[in-house]
Design a protein around this ligand. Structure first.
Ligand code: SF4
Length: 514
């Protein structure tokens, strides 16, 4: 199989940089449903622009290239050890080439291996089958959506929905609740895979297995088909919308599978995947290792270029938003004028900081003067060019809520005026924004190419010993666009959407499937 390395490298690069056709069609439909001039429409226009840019640049769609999981079916007699070793080599090379972010971290020391390899990584699962070719499928699932997976043990009590029993109706409630609890934090609109039954680990495996189904396939089990249709119709009435900004589309796909269980346990496991649904597959010739077919590429293709005219229209019918330009350092007075819903365009320097930086800043001095500055929750993909200068390859926001224990204290300690990320933050940060005079800015999750394009230069880096994603990068930006979702007057769009979606969720309390 001398061509296998090349085939695996191609599969990894295509998966990271090009969304499959079925996913593109689902995103286009969502875009067509939104009303012009809304935050959801603006977010979807940014998302489709980002997809286009990733295609053109052959660069990661999102900077979080996730945990690579391969599912492989092989004819009897194929050397699985050789396939696994080849995949590892291809993963390391794709990381070196900036197609994957170095994402493999030692869980005990915190050290990043730098090449996406490590204990248990990448995940490679084999199965034998009777066919005469190899089927390889890959999913790159990022942390923001992985953290919104959820598992229910029935019977249970669910917020807004009451008792979920050990029957189809209880399962229905769990799935609706899973969509509600994710809010915008997993970069909605999302896709969910649901596993009914099994134990805790096989239930999650079954849920993730569903993500390998085509978005537009039809479940052969009639009961599950009806359940999938019901969820698609009704989860979208929760009004969470793209990025949790509100809107018509919260869910882009729902696939449900069932397996047997033991009498004492009844698990419903839900795997949540963001809009950047990067999964592809190939059929491989077992003699040569060559690709004989690409999967998930049937049906109509979507040319987001054709929608450019509509986007211009959206920009000109900007009814829901004020657009304000910000240049750091920012004064408290400027910050106090900003209100939830305002769109900001940032020019000047921003500083990245995520988990390691926040922990560090709690008991150390900052390496730069952060007074009046903007902290960006982001772990970019960076590469050095031929002259040894750093280049940004992908730079979308990461989930902010992880910094909740530190954020308010750090803002006050260093005089930071704005933090930017995705998914919003909690009460502690909201209180600090009010007392200190600060705002939370929600950038569009997953729009890593769009934001990389707004970065004019890398002006410096500190604390690189924490690894590339965790270092503090000094980025000079132009027209870097985000939405104010928490302001200095105690308002939070995230809280409002959570409240209104909980009210809507409670409308689904009555049994539907008996
Ligand atoms: S789109 Fe959002 S949830 Fe998905 S990988 Fe990127 S940052 Fe994570």
């Amino acid at each position: 199989m001398e061509k296998l390395y090349e085939s695996m490298y191609q599969l990894i690069v295509e998966t990271s940089t090009k969304l499959p056709k079925d996913v593109r069609r689902a995103i286009l439909k969502a875009k067509q449903r939104e009303n012009a001039g809304t935050r959801a429409a603006m977010s979807l226009a940014t998302i489709t622009e980002n997809i286009k840019m990733a295609d053109e640049n052959v660069s990661p769609i999102c900077q979080d290239t996730g945990l690579p999981t391969f599912k492989i079916k092989v004819p009897v007699g194929i050397n699985q050890i050789q396939i696994k070793e080849t995949i590892k080599k291809a993963i390391a090379q794709a990381t070196k080439d900036g197609k994957l972010r170095p994402n493999s971290v030692d869980s005990l020391t915190g050290e990043n291996s730098g090449d996406n390899l490590g204990e248990g990584l990448p995940v490679v699962k084999f199965e034998q089958w009777e066919k005469d070719y190899i089927d390889v499928r890959l999913i790159l699932k990022g942390g923001g959506c992985e953290n919104k997976n959820i598992q229910y043990s029935l019977p249970c009590e669910l917020e807004g929905l009451g008792r979920a029993g050990r029957d189809l109706d209880g399962i229905r409630k769990c799935i609706l609740h899973a969509v509600y609890q994710a809010q915008g934090q997993g970069c909605s609109a999302g896709f969910i895979g649901v596993g009914i039954g099994g134990d805790r680990s096989s239930g999650y495996d079954l849920a993730k297995e569903q993500l390998f189904r085509e978005v537009d396939d039809v479940n052969p089990n009639e009961e599950l088909r009806l359940l999938e249709e019901y969820i698609m119709e009704n989860a979208n009435k929760l009004g969470i919308g793209t990025m949790g900004f509100g809107g018509e589309t919260t869910l882009l796909g729902c696939k449900v599978g069932a397996m047997h269980r033991i009498p004492a346990s009844f698990f419903v496991s839900v795997a949540y995947n963001c809009w950047a649904f990067r999964r592809l597959g190939v059929h491989i010739d077992p003699n040569t290792g060559e690709i004989i077919k690409w999967l998930y590429q049937d049906g109509e293709d979507v040319d987001f270029q054709e929608n450019a005219a509509q986007e211009e229209h959206l920009a000109s019918t900007d009814s829901e938003r004020r657009v304000i330009t910000l240049q750091a350092p920012i004064t408290e007075e400027q910050i106090r004028q900003l209100k939830v819903g305002d769109v900001v365009r940032i020019n000047g320097i921003i500083y990245t900081g995520r988990d390691a930086i926040h922990k560090y800043l709690m008991d150390h001095d900052a390496p730069v003067d952060l007074n009046g500055q903007i902290i960006y929750h982001c772990g970019p993909v960076m590469l050095k060019d031929e002259n040894g200068n750093w280049e940004v390859k992908a730079a979308g926001p990461t989930t902010s809520i992880r910094e909740e224990p530190y954020q308010g204290d750090i803002m006050k300690k260093f005089g930071i005026r704005a933090v930017m990320g995705k998914g919003g933050m909690g009460q502690k940060t909201l209180q600090a924004l009010k007392e200190h005079g600060g705002v939370y800015l929600n950038a569009i999750g997953g729009a890593a190419q769009y934001y990389a394009d707004c970065i004019e230069a890398v002006e410096g880096v500190d604390l690189l010993e924490f690894g590339i994603p965790e270092a503090m990068w000094h980025l000079r930006v132009k027209d870097f666009t985000a939405v104010v979702t928490m302001d200095s007057h105690g308002n939070s769009l995230h809280e409002d959407i959570e409240k209104s979606s909980l009210e809507k969720l409670s409308q689904f309390k009555e049994p539907v499937f008996s």
